[in-house]
Design a protein around this ligand. Structure first.
Ligand code: NI
Length: 137
C-alpha cells in the first residue's frame, strides 16, 4: 500500500514573553533580550502539520485534509489564536513559550488525535525567517 505524507498549513496569532522565572530579571534580559519585554509582543505563527499513512483504497486519502484542518483547529488553534500564551494558555503556565516549546506542545496535543494516520512532522514558523521542526523525540 503506498504511503504518503500529507501537510496542512495552519495559522494563529498570539502574544508571548520569553521568560524564565527561575532566573533574575537581569538574566532574563541577557538571555532573551527584547523577547523578554514585560509587556509582551506578538507573532503571526504558521504551523505545518504533517501526517503519514497508507492511502485508503476507497477514498484515495491518507486522512481527509478537511478533517485534519478541523482536528487541528479544534484541538489546538482555538486554544492559541488571539491569546497571550503566558497568561491565557494553561499549557504554558510553567513552560516558557519559545517556538521550540510551542512545537512540542502542538505535537503532544495532536499526536493522539490524527489516527489512523500518524503524526509525522510539525514545523512551527514564528517569523518568515525562523522555524522549528519537531518529530516527537
Ligand atoms: Ni517572540
Amino acid at each position: 500500500m503506498p504511503r504518503c505524507v500529507v501537510t496542512r498549513r495552519m495559522h494563529f496569532n498570539a502574544a508571548h514573553r520569553l521568560f524564565n522565572p527561575r532566573v533574575s530579571d537581569a538574566e532574563n534580559e541577557r538571555i532573551f533580550g527584547a523577547c523578554s519585554n514585560p509587556n509582551y509582543h506578538g507573532h503571526n505563527y504558521n504551523l505545518d502539520v504533517s501526517v503519514e499513512g497508507d492511502i485508503d483504497p476507497v477514498t484515495g486519502y491518507v486522512l481527509d485534509i478537511a478533517r485534519l484542518k478541523d482536528i487541528v483547529t479544534e484541538r489546538l488553534v482555538r486554544h492559541l489564536d488571539h491569546k497571550n500564551l503566558n497568561l491565557d494558555v494553561p499549557w504554558f503556565q510553567d513552560l516558557n513559550p519559545t517556538a521550540e516549546n510551542i512545537a512540542v506542545v502542538c505535537w503532544r496535543v495532536l499526536a493522539p488525535a490524527v489516527a489512523p494516520a500518524r503524526l509525522a512532522h510539525i514545523r512551527l514558523w514564528e517569523t518568515e525567517r525562523n522555524y522549528v521542526d519537531y518529530e516527537g523525540t
